[in-house]
Each structure stands twice: as C-alpha cells, then as structure tokens.
Design a protein around this ligand. Structure first.
Ligand SMILES: *[C@@H]1O[C@H](CO)[C@@H](O)[C@H](O)[C@H]1NC(C)=O
Ligand SMILES: *[C@@H]1O[C@H](CO)[C@@H](O)[C@H](O)[C@H]1NC(C)=O
Ligand SMILES: *[C@@H]1O[C@H](CO)[C@@H](O)[C@H](O)[C@H]1NC(C)=O
Length: 520
C-alpha cells in the first residue's frame, strides 16, 4: 500500500514541479557518519530499493556491486562471450559438483526490533517492512521469533509466570506479542510474495521450573528429562504454537532453546542451561513426543541454537541417539566465537557425520564483542564480516542464515541488560527515518538472489587468490555467483561457465559482487 502511496506522491510532486524527486525513488540517500562508508537514509516517502530483479536473456549477464567506496547494489549488464577474455585469473563454474539446497535468509522480530519499528510513523513502518519482505525488497523469508523475553526486551517475563502452573492454565502471550510482534509479522507476511518461514526460540523457562528460581544466571530445569518440569517445558512450546496459530501465524521450526551453554554459567540475561545429554533426553522423552502429538506435528525441530565450537560434539550426542534423532530436522548455529574453531572441523564434520540433518544459521550480529561494541553507522568492515561468514557457512553446508534484531535504535537497543549491538537497520524515531547499514546490503546480496531451492555448486580457480566466492544454480536454471573482495585493490578476473561462455569481471576494492546469468 505504501508503495502506491509513495508513487502517487512522487507523481504529485512531479506535477507541481519538484523534479529532484523524479529520479529519487531508487537511489541511496547516502549519509556519511565518518566510519569508513555510508548508510542509506529512508523516510516515509523515499527509500532506495533494488526492486524486482529479472535477468537479461541468454548471452547477457547482470551484476550488482556494493562497496566501501559507496556503491549500493549498483546494477551493470554485459555480454557473455564465446572466447576467453584473457584475464590471468579465471573462476570456473563446476555444475557437476552439487551440494546443499538453500532454504532462506532473514532476521529476528525481537521485542526491541518491534518497539523500534513501531516507534516510526505507520508509513515509515511500511517502508521498513517492505525493505525486508516485499517483492521490491531484499527477499527475507525467515523470521526468528523469541518466545517471551530475551535481553532485547525491556522487561523480564515468560508466558507462564504463575508458580506451580504445571498445566499451563495461566499460559498467555504478552502485550509485546499481541500489540507489536504479531501485528508486524502479519504485515510482513501480507507483503511477502512467499510464505514466511517463522522460527521460534525460547531463552528461559519460567523461574519456578528452574533450579535457580530465576530467568537469568546459572540454572537448568528442575528434575530430570521425563519428569514433570521437562514435560511442562515441552508443552510450553506446543502452547506457543497454538497461540500464534490463532493469529494465523504458523511456524516452520522451533529450536530446542537459545544458547543452552549460556545457562551452564552465571549468565547475565535470560538463559536455560542444557548439556547435550540433557537436551538429547528432553527431546527424546518430552519435546519430540509433545510436538509429534500436537496440532503442529510438521514443525521442524532444530537442536543446538548455539555456537559452532560445540560441534560436532553436540550433534554426536543428540543425533546418534535413536530416541532423540527421529524428532530432529536440523542444527541451528550461532556465529559468535567463530574464530575459535574452523568451519570445516565444526560445520563440515557435522554435515559429513549426519548429512540428513541440515545446518541453519540462527543468529548473528555485529557489534557484540567488548572490543567492538554497539552501533557503528557506515562500517564497511561489518558488511565484510557478514559476507565472509555467509560465504564460509554456505560453503560448509549451511542452508540459510539468520541475522539478529531486524531493527535497533541508535544506541543499539533497547536492551534491559545493556548488551547493545548493531543491526542492518537503525531507527531514528525523532526524525521518523531509518538508516540502512552496509550490513543490510550484505544480507541483500544473498537474500535477494539465493532463492529457496537454489543448489550450491562447485567453483574452481586457476590460481591462488584472495577472493571469497559462492556459486548456486537456482530452480529456474540461472546461475548466481557471489564474490567478496576484502583487499584494498581491485581484482580483475573472468568467469567461465562451460555451458554458456566467458564473463569478464572485476571486483572493486573492498566490495561485494553478485553476478547472475541465464543458462537457457
Ligand atoms: C524523504 O526524503 C526525500 C529525499 O531526501 C525528501 O525529498 C522528502 O522530502 C522526505 N520526506 C519527508 C516526509 O520528510
Ligand atoms: C489467515 O490466512 C489466510 C491465508 O493466508 C487468509 O485467507 C485468512 O483470511 C487469514 N485469517 C485471518 C483471521 O487473518
Ligand atoms: C552472578 O552474576 C551476577 C551479576 O550478573 C552477580 O551479581 C552474582 O554475584 C553472580 N553470582 C555468582 C555466584 O557468581
């Protein structure tokens, strides 16, 4: 609706002579806050947008470039040639090497994201949601939804805070769900060309079910798997799915809980500790059977939902157990502490041990580490962190990647425990604008182009080089190649797709490039 409204406004403005608006609708209104690169500012009537992308006919390629220098999804087109262009560096597509299929990309509708989005005027809210979810936007199809409060909330609560309520008779969604998250998810769903894949994760069980009697700190469920606390905690998930279904929102998947390792330490925000062994037995005895006999038996179950350094150990414990593994579909992975363990030893090994379970990135954000904290408007380095991680993860069998908060304020919150971080969209509600960070465009280079069902294929280089790249073949047969150049000089290369020919290309300094072409 806001698109037609803004189109109408632009036509009106043209009619009365504001010519500057005429070329505006697709362009980034760049703002430089002095942190290396720019953000694009959007308001209720203007936002740069990639629009719907159609590929040129066979014989042509299209490319989109974003760079530290300030390009944002800049479109170029050129011919696919019959003969080698003579470039020294050649990247060859190897379609016969086939790997995993892509599921999707997205972000999280936390309480804080919802508060920030709703702090804008309703037309700017629409503009923001369209950026992520509409056909003109960047193609998000995954939304992670925290069950009750997490650190990105303004208060501590669960849906069943009445002590002793083992039957969950008093289970009730919060005002954050009813008044903010659910209406926003419904609007996102309504503007999305595809059904959204909703993914639910709980941070903490109600305090009365826990050993420490609190939502935060070191604590686990009382008793043992198979016992009444574990059964109640499984039913809590089922009740959540039922309550959201009443609002027409059904979930593709749930996780076994956010960062179970956090609750094994004295963690400062909501957490519920599980060891891999306890998670295995809870899934096998309680959660799996509860979900299976519920009204939502098709809901996928992702284990772990924690950092990859716990792999492959965690997967071995849970997935080699016949009672637990039959209820599980995949393994959720967070990106924090990635540097501590290489992708092939964690993700790669897990995939090769358990190829029938998919790997899915369930959380990532920039600005989380004490040395590099909070919002940095215009950081290109963070765009590179995202792109590097997505390329590495997808090259190690992940089928999707989920960013954290969909929107934060300029302080990186709200967050009740002051765990402020960055987000691809930063909201300034006083001016009724939002800034699209370089990380927004990083996400776009993948989420817009790697459609669900796309299959990763092989690529090979004829010589050693520093480019990072990822190739997929989409369900319609078109090829998408994503190239990240983190060097401060441009790199010339050619792409050879034996099925169609040669493409002459260059990756500008500190840039992310998506090249796509039809094969028939
Ligand atoms: C939105 O931004 C555009 C581009 O800068 C500007 O022309 C327009 O006046 C702004 N609209 C509002 C409502 O501030
Ligand atoms: C639920 O969604 C379906 C299809 O998406 C739609 O036809 C129906 O009207 C919706 N119901 C409510 C109560 O929103
Ligand atoms: C746990 O951490 C909190 C602050 O987050 C602190 O007040 C408390 O003393 C700690 N408890 C233990 C047992 O270390």
């Amino acid at each position: 609706m806001a698109i037609s409204l803004s189109t109408a406004l632009i036509s009106l403005a043209l009619f009365i002579g504001f010519a500057t608006l005429s070329r505006g609708s697709d362009e980034c209104l760049a703002r430089n806050f002095g942190h290396g690169s720019v953000v694009c500012e959007c308001n209720s009537t203007h936002c740069d947008s990639i629009g719907s992308v159609t590929l040129p006919p066979l014989g042509q390629f299209v490319s989109f470039t974003s760079s530290k220098a300030g390009s944002r999804l800049q479109r170029d087109q050129g011919p696919v040639q019959k003969y080698s262009t003579g470039a020294a560096l050649r990247l060859t597509l190897v379609p016969s090497q086939k790997y995993q299929r892509i599921r999707g990309f997205g972000g999280a509708m936390t309480d804080s994201a919802a508060i920030n989005i709703m702090s804008l005027s309703s037309r700017t809210q629409d503009q923001l949601l369209q950026q992520y979810f509409s056909a003109q936007g960047i193609g998000y199809s995954v939304v992670r939804v925290p069950m009750a409060s997490c650190d990105f909330s303004t208060r501590l609560y669960t849906y069943a805070d009445t002590p002793g309520d083992y039957n969950l008779d008093k289970f009730t969604l919060a005002t954050e769900d009813i008044n903010m998250k659910i209406p926003l998810l419904q609007r996102a769903q309504a503007m999305s060309p595809q059904p959204l894949h909703l993914l639910a994760s709980a941070w903490s069980a109600p305090a009365w079910l826990k050993t420490n009697g609190a939502l935060t700190g070191k604590g686990s469920l009382k008793g043992k798997p198979g016992g009444k606390e574990h059964k109640t905690w499984a039913q809590y998930y089922v009740r959540f799915l039922e309550e959201y279904a009443k609002h027409n929102l059904s979930f593709w998947a749930i996780t076994t809980g956010n960062e179970p390792s956090a609750g094994l330490f004295n963690y400062s925000f909501q957490a519920l500790g599980f060891t891999a062994e306890e998670q295995r037995d809870w899934v096998g005895l309680d959660l799996g059977p509860a979900l299976h006999t519920s009204a939502h038996p098709k809901t996928h179950l992702l284990i772990l939902d924690d950092n990859r350094l716990l792999l492959p150990h965690w997967a071995k414990v849970v997935l080699s157990d016949v009672h637990a593994s039959r209820y599980v579909h995949g393994v959720g992975v967070h990106w924090y502490l990635d540097n501590l363990v290489p992708a092939d030893l964690s993700l790669g090994t897990t995939h090769h041990l358990y190829p029938e379970y998919y790997l899915f990135g369930t959380e990532a954000c920039a600005g989380w580490s004490p040395a590099d904290r909070g919002v940095v408007l215009g950081s290109w380095e963070r765009a590179e962190q995202y792109a590097h991680s997505i390329i590495e993860d997808l090259n190690h069998y992940m089928v999707g990647w989920t960013d954290w908060n969909l929107a934060l304020d300029q302080g990186g919150g709200p967050n009740w425990v002051k765990n402020f971080v960055d987000s691809p969209i930063i909201v300034d509600h006083i001016r009724d604008v939002f800034y699209k960070q370089p990380t927004f465009y990083s996400m776009a280079h993948f989420s817009k182009f790697l459609w669900e069902g796309s299959q990763r294929v092989g690529v090979s280089f004829n010589q050693k080089n520093k480019l990072e790249c990822l190739a997929v073949i989409r369900p319609d047969g078109s090829v998408v190649l994503t190239v990240l150049n983190r060097l401060s000089s441009e790199v010339q290369f050619e792409v050879w797709d034996p099925a169609v020919g040669f493409i002459s290309s260059e990756a500008p300094a500190r840039a992310l490039l998506t090249i796509a072409w039809n094969t028939h």
